[in-house]
Design a protein around this ligand. Structure first.
Ligand code: PMP
Ligand code: GLU
Length: 397
């Protein structure tokens, strides 16, 4: 019988997108669901970026772009890395893709061979492990908890490294925890990795601009590892452009060449219009980024305050991104109306169906005792969502 490949059959569905889809289905039935599942800014794309896209259409940017992207965009990204991050990457070391998601996947597929190990500190974004599976690699997950602010130590990193280690995927500010490594913490990790010259460091910096503790720090700043760092970033989060699908990587030339070859056979260059919009985002006024950051920070304070007041939740104060990731195992084994909560996925489903709040269970992020709320939504929604969560959890006995 005709059937789907094992490669795809073994792939998990993206839980963040699946929960959001469920929330939309309930909304379509007329149920007033507050969606704190998918992580995307609720703001509209700033006007000057939209204008650039309209102009690109009128100017007939309707042909295939070069596979790695227009040189003008790669130059703009190169300048951004220099001025904002103090990093020197030539435009030739930059390749644009259909979102940061594709950039991470390109990187994994370009460096991981079957049987290679990829170290992934967890909690981690839902797609990393599945991307490693696509490359037929093995994930080596380092588990962390809320007490250590979800950050790995140099000792934990060193203990995870073995002859099969090919890469590590770091993500800071982190999805789903919001944790941010300080410069000193990152340097300590770099010092460990410096001893292992075969390991590629994929540094997912998509939440760079949603940072509440100061300047963004990239592991690429350290000379002892710089030659092996693949920075992944894009316009989705900083400029409220999730639907435009434009991300990029800055990497050693040989990695960019590999991704160029892969992308050339697979998707070609990213959308021409989105590239011109991204160029305007990087070259234009950056005040919009700061305004959104301020709004996210205010919302972070609000949700931390409200969630801290919920019985059984252990909450920390995330330093970046727009997620809250409370420990919720207090509710495991409790029941309401004939249903028993045995996992954070059960809890997420309970909150959706009983409380009409969509969120994501922690298992999808390799953290089964936690639950993720995205607070990239209005203050009113946050207040009402936390009221509903508190009220529905109180029913569990
Ligand atoms: N990395 C992380 C950690 C993310 O949370 C996301 C959000 N989707 C991405 C990558 C992908 O971003 P993009 O929308 O640009 O593909
Ligand atoms: N990164 C966002 C999230 O984690 C968007 C959904 C996705 O691509 O996973 O919710």
């Amino acid at each position: 019988m005709a059937q789907v490949s094992a490669r795809i059959a073994n792939l998990a569905i993206s839980e963040t997108l699946a929960m959001s889809q469920k929330s939309n289905e309930l909304k379509a039935q007329g149920i007033n669901v507050i969606n704190l599942s998918v992580g995307e800014p609720d703001f509209f794309t700033p006007d000057h970026i939209k204008e650039a896209a309209k102009k690109a259409i009128d100017d007939n940017f309707s042909f295939y772009s070069p596979v790695p992207g227009y040189m003008s965009l790669r130059q703009a990204i190169s300048r951004k890395l220099e001025t904002e991050n103090g990093l020197s990457f030539k435009p030739e070391q930059i390749i644009c893709s259909g979102g940061a998601k594709q950039a991470v996947c390109n990187a994994v597929l370009s460096v991981v061979d079957p049987g290679d190990q990829v170290i992934i500190p967890a909690p981690c974004w839902v797609s990393y492990i599945e991307m490693v599976k696509l490359a037929e690699g093995e994930s080596y997950v380092i588990h962390t908890n809320i007490e250590q602010d979800f950050k790995i130590t140099p000792e934990e990193l060193e203990a995870a490294i073995n002859p099969k280690t090919k890469a590590i995927i770091l993500c800071a500010p982190s999805n789903p925890t919001g944790s941010v490594y300080s410069r000193e913490e990152l340097k300590a990790l770099a010092d460990v990795l410096a001893k292992y010259p075969n390991i590629i460091i994929i540094s997912d910096e998509i939440y760079e601009h949603i940072n509440y503790v100061g300047k963004h720090e990239s592991i690429a700043q350290f000379e002892n590892v710089k030659e092996r760092v693949v920075i992944v970033n894009g316009v989705s989060k900083a400029y409220a452009m999730t639907g435009w699908r434009l991300g990029w990587m800055a990497a050693p030339q040989w990695v960019v060449a590999a991704c160029n070859k892969l992308q050339g056979q697979y998707t070609s260059g990213a959308s021409s219009i989105s590239q011109k919009a991204a160029e305007a985002a990087y070259n234009g006024d950056q005040r919009c980024v700061e305004e959104m950051r301020q709004a996210f920070m205010r919302r972070r304070d609000l949700i931390v305050k409200l969630a801290s007041d919920i019985e059984g939740f252990k909450v920390n104060k995330p330093e970046g991104a727009f997620y809250l990731f409370p420990e919720c195992s207090y509710y495991f084994g409790k029941s309401y109306d004939g249903r028993t909560i045995n996992s954070s996925a059960d809890l997420a489903m309970f909150l959706l169906e009983v409380g009409h709040v969509a969120c994501v269970g922690g298992l999808a992020f390799e953290a089964p005792n936690y639950i993720r709320f995205s607070y990239a939504t209005s203050d009113e929604n946050i207040v009402e969502a936390m009221r509903r969560v508190k009220e529905s959890l109180a029913k569990l006995k």
